[in-house]
Write a protein that binds this ligand. Structure first.
Ligand SMILES: O=C(O)[C@@H](O)C(=O)CO
Ligand SMILES: [Mg+2]
Length: 260
């Protein structure tokens, strides 16, 4: 089975963010991911990660003003300056916390708008250069329009196109099984075709984004496929537990008993 990372944005919400690290370790996880560490100093986050004996799998670059509706800045021409500052912040946090991967969010923009497309390409190239110099991997993730209406990067083939265009080994696709199934289906064949370009995988049941094994897909079979394809990274558990996070970990025990 693949190695699983707890997503601390969605899981362990019984605790304050900084306390979720120890809670994840106590539940048997050895790695974590989350959307944003930026409400706390990088040193504080790093301290919690280290104290809990956890490995960092991934986090996102600053998305702009999330509570005002921003969902990333990369495709927004009038936010280019802010975008470049967000790359500085992300790399500083990544270096202190020690994440191997950063996720660059695209933002809300018309996927067919030539200006947005040009801006996204420039942002991706710029961030690829900066993360490459820092020795950090960069991923982009197609997100479905039901969860994130108006999101620019809403198609797996188009996302793969951006990755291939750049053709840099540290720039890859974030393959979220939940988004893939809602956007296009055909999860297994897409994993097979895209695996050489996949840098990170996430899981949740479809359509309710709860524990794996509780939705329309045969998640255990998909995990076996991911393993068979030789994927060596983490699978982020980016789901909302139906009730208590710990009580909902039966799916993981059934797969082999260890969280990671
Ligand atoms: O799938 C998601 O929603 C996340 O992986 C993300 O990075 C943006 O919300
Ligand atoms: Mg995701």
């Amino acid at each position: 089975m693949p190695r699983f990372a707890a997503n601390l944005t969605m899981m362990f919400n019984e605790h304050a963010f900084l306390d979720r690290f120890q809670a994840a370790a106590d539940a048997g996880f050895t790695a974590v991911e989350y959307l944003f560490p930026y409400d706390d100093p990088a040193e504080t986050v790093s301290g919690r990660l280290e104290a809990a004996g956890l490995e960092q799998a991934l986090f996102n670059m600053p998305p702009g003003n999330w509570s005002d509706g921003d969902r990333g800045l990369a495709a927004l021409p009038d936010r280019a300056q802010e975008f470049r500052a967000s790359v500085d912040t992300a790399i500083r946090y990544a270096e202190v916390i020690g994440t191997p991967l950063l996720h660059m969010m695209a933002g809300l923009a018309d996927a067919r708008d030539p200006e947005a497309i040009r801006c996204y390409r420039n942002s991706l190239r710029y961030t690829a250069e900066r993360t490459g110099e820092a020795g950090i991997g960069l991923v982009i993730e197609p997100i479905n329009g039901r969860d994130m209406p108006g999101y620019f990067l809403n198609d797996f083939d188009r996302a793969l196109g951006f990755v291939r265009e750049l053709d840099l080994p540290h720039v890859r696709l974030q393959f979220d099984i939940y988004h893939r199934q809602i956007l296009h289906g055909d999860v297994t064949m897409a994993l097979r075709a895209m695996m050489p370009h996949i840098g990170h995988i996430q899981t949740a049941s479809v359509p309710l984004r709860n524990e794996p094994g509780t939705g329309e897909l045969d998640d255990a079979r998909i995990f076996a496929e991911i393993d068979a394809l030789g994927y060596a990274g983490f699978v982020g558990c980016e789901y909302r537990p139906k009730a208590s996070t710990v009580d909902g970990l039966g799916w993981l025990k059934a797969l082999g008993g260890r969280a990671a």
